[in-house]
Every structure is written in structure tokens, then in C-alpha cells.
Design a protein around this ligand. Structure first.
Ligand SMILES: [Zn+2]
Length: 414
């Protein structure tokens, strides 16, 4: 197998790995770089037989539309639905690409390759690692994964029933210089949310990604235990609706403990796309709605699952009697500097020093710790280890002595 890492050998985000065997060439992920300094790979003239998308995070799929028209794109069905949901709510067209769906653990063929997707635990739903086989060689691509989310059993399965005979493991290393000690798992996050909202005298806001389903579940479970109501926006309600494809246990706005708060702009998306949303708007408004006045009348009854752009709404609940709880539940790095994608990050950052706000941090990473990666490598026992999705490939030695160093754009053979 011929391999070219177009991007990802020295950075977090922008993953794009090309693999060729015989007459077939595939890409593993076509990600948009996370860093503004990193130039996106030009895929427009790349002739490949297929793209495999590991999960619905921009830094893994964001460039898929720049491939030559007609390139087949293999992806999880739910992952595709979640990407569609975001497109519609940001007012863009859904991707009209040649999507083909794979099933977890079901091998399929693309030309000379046999691919087996392994469902993994990550902060995105419907995330996969891929076993890629050709010419009697086996390559395993981790995608993004971790061992400490609500689907940690998937990580345990990888270790307890490892894929044998791996010639090369392409392994993510996001956490090489980050630690996860404060909140080692999702349960710890749930506990912190519960502790924060249990005795609240004012409303609580939890700021997190709506597509971090584990986090929505943590908020929901904490609300049930604390006898509070979980409030989501219409976009989050629609994201949760997509989860019905794979789970009946994920909370949706149908649950008695969940409400939604309408905004004009999100409601307009529902009205503008009736074919896409079907009867969702009718079902939503028939019940489940909470008005702003109700939040102000009994603020202590609610936990609002929001995002940084909700800073104005948060401001409205500030008073002298009781602080507003702002539970910041995503990577702290977003509060530093100016992230264009995070409208409101400077305002939320200032909440840390605002006496009218009780600012609480509660987050666990979407990525495996060094210790978890060590266990995975020990179990898979690959002949070669190639770091990807890391800023520190030179430090992969602490995961495994066999770790190599690849360079973006430089071909090598497995
Ligand atoms: Zn990811």
C-alpha cells in the first residue's frame, strides 16, 4: 500500500490520508484545518475512488465538497444527518454529494480494498475507526477516539478483542500535551453539573456543542436528579431528533423534563425547509415550548443548554440577589484568543471575572489520554505506528517505541 498523509502528521485537525493499492486509491477523511495558519489541502484535482469520513467533525469532513464531483463518500448515516442539520441551521445548502452508508463492523469493498468500520467512543456521534485491508496488509486508522465517554465499552472491546496482524496503526495523539485529570470521564462532568444546579437560586446555562450528545445526556441526567427542566434551542432539539435513528434512550424534546425555547431565526429555518423537517415543527409546538417569561418567573427551575453566542441571554438573568450559573463545558482553549467560529467567546471569557456570574468549568475531552493510547497500542501491537492528528509526533515515543515520524505530502509504503 502506498500512503501519502496530505495533512495531519504534525497538526490537530485537517486530517487527510491517501492510500493506494493496485488500481484503487482512497482517502481517509478530508478535514478542514483547525488552525487559521494551516492551508487546506487542494483536493479538487485529486482523482480518488472514494472518501471515507470517520465522523461528523469539520476537521475530518470539511473539505469533502471540494473533491471532484461524483466522488463516492462513505460515511455513517447518522453522521451525514448531523452534518445536514448544521448546514440547514447555518442557512447553507445541504451537501448534494454521492453519499454511501456503511454499517458498524460490516466489511465492504472499494476496488482492491476491504474496509471494516469500527464504531468508537468520541465526542461526536457516529464516529468510526477503519481497518483497511489490501495486498495481504492491514492498516488501522483510529480516527478520533477516547476511552472515557458514555460508549467506553467500544474502547474496551478494541482492547479486549483486538484486531490481529496490524501492519500499520495510524493513531491520533491530540492529548499528548493536554491532560484530562480534572474531569476524567463523562460521569465526573455529570456530577459537577448536578452539584452546580442542585441548589441554584437563579438559572443555569451550560455552554457546550449540541452535537456532543454525551454532554446533552449528562445535562439531562443532572436535571432529572436535581428536579430541574432542561431547555434546548430548536437546533439542539433537531439534533436530538436525529439520534432516534440509533437510540431510543437519548433524550428528545418529547421527554417531560425537556423544553425548547424558540428564536425567530431558528423558527424561520423550520418554515423555510418544510420538505426537510416534515412534521417536526407541528410536533414541536404542540407542546414542549417554554416562553422567556416563564424562565424569568422561575429561573431556578431551568438549565439552559446553550452556546457562547447566548451571552446576551445570559446577561438578561443577571441580578443582585443570586448569580447566574455559567457552566462552561467545552475545551478551555476556545476562551483564549479570537476564534472566528466562536462568536461570543470574548464575552463568555469575561464572565469568569463577573461577580454576577458563578462561572464553573465542567468538561472531559473527546480524545484518549496518553495512558489509554498506550493500552490501545499494547493491545493492537502493530508492526508500525504512524502518529496523526497531533502537534507532537516526536513525543509518540512515550506511547510506543516503534513510533515513526511521517511528513505531510511525502509518500511511503506499508
Ligand atoms: Zn473529532
Amino acid at each position: 500500500m502506498q500512503v501519502i498523509i496530505h495533512k495531519g502528521s504534525h497538526e490537530i485537525g485537517g486530517n487527510c490520508i491517501q492510500i493506494s493499492s493496485g488500481k484503487t486509491t482512497i482517502l481517509l477523511d478530508a478535514g478542514l484545518p483547525l488552525s487559521a495558519d494551516s492551508k487546506p489541502v487542494d483536493l479538487s484535482r485529486l482523482s480518488v475512488d472514494a472518501l471515507l469520513v470517520s465522523h461528523p467533525h469539520q476537521d475530518h469532513f470539511g473539505l469533502m465538497a471540494s473533491l471532484p464531483p461524483g466522488t463516492p463518500i462513505y460515511i455513517g448515516k447518522l453522521a451525514r444527518s448531523l452534518i445536514d442539520a448544521t448546514q440547514v441551521f447555518i442557512g447553507k445548502q445541504r451537501y448534494a454529494l454521492d453519499f454511501r452508508y456503511f454499517q458498524a463492523w460490516q466489511p465492504f469493498k472499494i476496488g482492491d480494498f476491504t474496509i471494516t468500520p469500527y464504531l468508537v467512543d468520541h465526542s461526536a456521534a457516529d464516529a468510526y475507526a477503519f481497518l483497511v485491508e489490501a495486498e495481504g496488509k492491514r492498516l488501522f486508522y483510529s480516527g478520533d477516539l477516547r476511552s472515557h465517554g458514555r460508549k467506553e465499552i467500544l474502547f474496551r472491546n478494541l482492547i479486549e478483542r483486538p484486531v490481529r496482524g496490524i501492519d500499520a496503526l495510524f493513531l491520533e495523539g491530540t492529548m499528548l500535551h493536554r491532560n484530562n485529570d480534572l474531569f476524567p470521564d463523562e460521569k465526573a462532568v455529570e456530577d459537577k453539573i448536578l452539584e452546580t444546579i442542585r441548589q441554584q437560586k437563579n438559572i443555569s446555562f451550560l455552554l457546550a456543542s449540541s452535537q456532543n450528545i454525551d454532554r446533552v445526556v449528562s445535562a439531562y441526567r443532572a436535571c432529572i436528579k436535581a428536579h430541574k427542566l432542561l431547555v434546548v434551542d430548536i437546533y439542539t432539539a433537531w439534533v436530538l431528533e436525529q439520534l432516534r435513528q440509533v437510540s431510543q434512550s437519548t433524550p428528545t424534546v418529547d421527554r417531560p423534563e425537556v423544553r425548547f425555547l424558540a428564536t425567530h431565526s431558528q423558527d424561520q429555518r423550520l418554515k423555510d425547509n418544510p420538505d426537510y423537517f416534515g412534521d417536526f415543527r407541528n410536533r414541536l409546538y404542540r407542546r414542549h415550548r417554554v416562553e422567556r417569561a416563564e424562565l424569568h418567573a422561575n429561573p431556578e427551575s431551568f438549565l439552559y443548554f446553550g452556546k457562547m453566542s447566548n451571552f446576551r441571554l445570559i446577561d438578561k438573568f443577571k441580578n443582585t440577589a443570586a448569580p447566574v450559573n455559567v457552566i462552561y463545558s467545552q475545551w478551555l482553549g476556545y476562551l483564549e484568543g479570537n476564534h472566528a467560529d466562536y462568536f461570543g467567546c470574548d464575552k463568555v471569557s469575561a464572565f469568569r471575572y463577573d461577580p454576577a456570574v458563578n462561572f464553573v468549568y465542567a468538561h472531559t475531552s473527546g480524545h484518549a489520554t496518553v495512558e489509554a493510547l498506550q493500552k490501545l497500542v499494547a493491545a493492537l501491537n502493530p508492526k508500525r505506528l504512524v502518529p496523526v492528528h497531533t502537534e507532537s509526533p516526536e513525543d509518540f515515543g512515550k506511547i510506543c517505541s516503534k513510533a515513526e515520524r511521517a511528513t505531510d505530502g511525502v509518500p511511503f509504503v506499508i
